[in-house]
Design a protein around this ligand. Structure first.
Ligand SMILES: [Zn+2]
Length: 202
């Protein structure tokens, strides 16, 4: 494949190698055998499940937040002379604004994934072996979306409890208070305006 590739033949991914290693239907064995690496930068708007967790998800700047991920494949000898095993390292990074449970303001959360996975034949094998091994398992077949794996792992990094150490804004006690506050705003100006009017009149 040449350096300049017709747009029609390329998937949405930018790098040339990702056209070979289809992240949406990922051949982990071939990837590991080639000791391949793949990385990409995208924006939060391309990751709907993560975007749904963001504070201010309708905000254009939130949708443009950078998400970086990288994967690396490796074959390792199996136990006791068994079949070589397929391993994949997944790294990902995202600074995601979450909603503070006290003041409802944004709290930045640094989500980071840095983990090895071992691939087994299928999901049944993964379930069977899951209890007796410490590493995380994924199934070779059906071929997974590596993008889903990245998103799953970042979602698992979300803190259960989100709160500022010290909230930056005074806590608004209730919606009623907030309304009362805004309602008094014009009234506070009125005496001054009346005064100005009196001065002009005088
Ligand atoms: Zn707060």
């Amino acid at each position: 494949m040449g350096c300049i590739v017709g747009q029609a033949t390329l998937p949405a991914m930018k790098s040339r190698s990702s056209a070979v290693w289809n992240p949406a239907r990922f051949d982990a064995r071939a990837f590991a055998q080639a000791q391949a690496q793949l990385s990409d930068h995208s924006t939060l708007s391309e990751w709907p499940r993560l975007l749904a967790e963001a504070h201010g998800l309708d905000d254009a700047s939130v949708r443009e937040l950078p998400l970086a991920w990288a994967i690396r494949g490796e074959m390792r000898p199996g136990p006791a002379g068994g079949e070589p095993q397929v391993w994949l390292h997944v790294a990902a990074k995202l600074a995601l604004p979450l909603r503070c449970q006290r003041c409802l303001g944004p709290v930045p959360a640094d989500l980071q994934v840095d983990r090895w996975f071992r691939f087994v034949a299928d999901e049944t094998t993964a379930e069977m072996e899951d209890e007796e091994c410490e590493e995380d398992l994924l199934a070779l077949e059906p071929k997974p979306s590596v993008l889903d794996v990245v998103e799953d792992e970042l979602l698992m990094e979300l803190p259960l409890m989100v709160m500022h150490d010290v909230c930056p804004e005074p806590v608004v006690l209730s919606a009623g208070d907030a309304e009362a506050g805004s309602a008094t705003e014009p009234e506070r100006k009125n005496p001054f305006e009346v005064l100005q009017a009196l001065k002009r009149g005088a």
